[in-house]
Design a protein around this ligand. Structure first.
Ligand code: APR
Length: 172
């Protein structure tokens, strides 16, 4: 599985993969952070399609076209807002990763790129989020041998280090 999962530092809007995942909110009507970057790069047609989806529950995922993005599709998932860790946040974050991969896979996507869901504005502790993300992605790759490649695209070096540490821990 390890060779089908890589951790990189970069800007997810530049990835020419079958699907990039958007760390959205439940309205699916755009926002700041990676959500804002994806909508800016995709252009207004993305928001138009998002309006037809009537939102998305936390931990669930919905797919749209990629429009002006190099990626063919965008999979939108609202991750959990961190509220101290006793409100099911860990399970909801796992659901976001798993449901995003499932929706992408069901729509024929075989290369997927993720941002670090919920670790920005939603304040999910980075190290814990990285462990959940790595475990969930590697489990999915084991269950789906035809999922070609998954990339975790880290926007900054601290995020990159957290995911590198998580994968070392997992592979130890
Ligand atoms: N490419 C990759 N990662 C990015 C990019 C980018 N272009 N821009 C930001 N990021 C990273 C952030 O640095 C962070 O590590 O995405 C991660 C997630 O941070 P947020 O975008 O703040 O997302 P999240 O914490 O899930 O909060 C979601 O923020 O933007 C709003 O509408 C969004 O309400 C929702 C909330």
């Amino acid at each position: 599985m390890r060779q089908r999962f890589t951790i990189e530092q970069g800007d997810i809007t530049t990835y020419a993969v079958d699907a990039i995942v958007n760390a959205a909110n439940t309205s699916l009507l755009g926002g700041g952070g990676v959500d804002g970057a994806i909508h800016r790069a995709a252009g207004p047609a993305l928001l138009e399609e998002c309006r037809t989806l009537h939102g998305c529950k936390t931990g669930e995922a919905k797919i749209t076209g990629g429009y002006r993005l190099p990626a063919k599709h965008v999979v939108h998932t609202p991750g959990p807002i961190w509220r101290g860790g006793k409100n099911g946040e860990a399970q909801l974050l796992e659901n976001s990763y798993r449901n995003s991969l499932t929706v992408a896979w069901k729509n024929g996507c075989r290369t997927v790129a993720f941002p670090s869901i919920s670790t920005g504005v939603y304040h999910f502790p980075l190290d814990q989020a990285a462990r959940i993300a790595v475990r969930t992605i590697l489990d999915f790759l084991e269950e789906h041998p035809d999922m070609e490649h998954v990339t975790m695209v880290c926007f900054d070096v601290n995020t990159r280090w957290a995911y590198d540490a998580a994968i070392q821990e997992f592979m130890a």
